[in-house]
Ligand binder design. Structure first.
Ligand code: GLP
Length: 265
């Protein structure tokens, strides 16, 4: 796990956008498969990608995208659906075909069948090249709440009270937040070839410490990412504040960017 502790949100957005840019360039010709996340954490990185597309010609042509999750019961056009969120915050501003941005159907008559079909669609697309993630304050990724099987697949999940309260800010009241979601499983997410997770603020500090340094356990679902060989974590100082090995992470990033002599001082 490669941990970047950044000065501010803008610096973090640039690190995340760099990972996207490398993935898009590597896949040129065949088209990258992107795994997209909702929530506020990735939004600055999405804004940076939109800027690079407009000002620097970064192209998403031929790319396809799969969302992590969707609320059960919200139609695609609902103001708080993740289908709509990703279009408003990213894909409608890029040269990526709308039909190529896929999310679970929250209104499917048979959500169990929809979940299995979703996993199959990702597989048929050749798997995800780059998955971006945020993290919940309780350590969830996508909507894999504490207690999720570390091998779980896309499925219907019940949301915890803390997640409902965290996400209530997007709705009129907490009672309007759907209590179930269709979510990629932890096993599904682990199949992405590269993962970048971004978090800011002290409310994420405990979850980030567990993610990087805690024992792998369903109690903190994001800890499963320790088993993945290509994870980049981008956090600000507040989100990094409970990491015990902070100094080592800084040193390791320094070694990558400067000559070993400069690092030895
Ligand atoms: C939701 C989403 C997650 C996201 C989390 C954190 O629960 N399903 O994918 O990581 O919120 O959101 P935020 O980035 O707004 O803190």
């Amino acid at each position: 796990m490669e941990i970047h502790i950044v000065e501010d949100v803008e610096a973090g957005a640039r690190v995340v956008a760099d990972v996207f840019e490398r993935t898009l360039r590597a896949a040129e010709g065949s088209g990258a498969v992107l795994g997209l996340a909702t929530g506020s954490s990735p939004v600055p990185a999405y804004a940076e990608l939109i800027r690079r597309h407009r000002e620097e010609g970064l192209s998403f042509a031929g790319a396809r995208a799969f969302l992590l999750d969707e609320y059960v019961g919200l139609p695609a056009g609902h103001a708080q659906s993740y289908h709509r969120f990703i279009r408003e915050n990213l894909t409608s501003h890029l040269d990526i075909a709308d039909d190529d941005v896929v999310s679970p159907d929250g209104t499917a008559a048979d959500p169990v069948a929809e979940a299995a079909a979703y996993d199959a669609r990702i597989r048929e697309a050749g798997g995800v090249d780059l998955q971006i993630l945020g993290i919940g304050s309780n350590g969830h990724i996508a909507f894999n709440e504490p207690g999720s099987s570390l091998a779980s697949r896309t499925r219907v999940v019940g949301l915890t009270r803390s997640t409902i309260e965290d996400n209530a800010r997007y709705f009129d009241t907490a009672a309007d937040v759907p209590v179930r979601a269709l979510s990629q499983g932890l096993g599904t997410i682990l199949e992405a070839r590269r993962i970048v997770l971004t978090a800011t603020g002290s409310s994420k500090a405990a979850a980030v410490a567990q993610l990087a340094e805690g024992a792998i356990s369903a109690r903190w679902p994001a800890t499963v990412l320790q088993m993945h060989p290509a994870v980049t974590v981008v956090v600000d100082e507040a989100a990094a504040s409970q990491l015990e090995l902070k100094d080592y992470y800084r040193y390791a990033r320094c070694l990558e960017s400067e000559s070993p002599v400069a690092v030895r001082g």
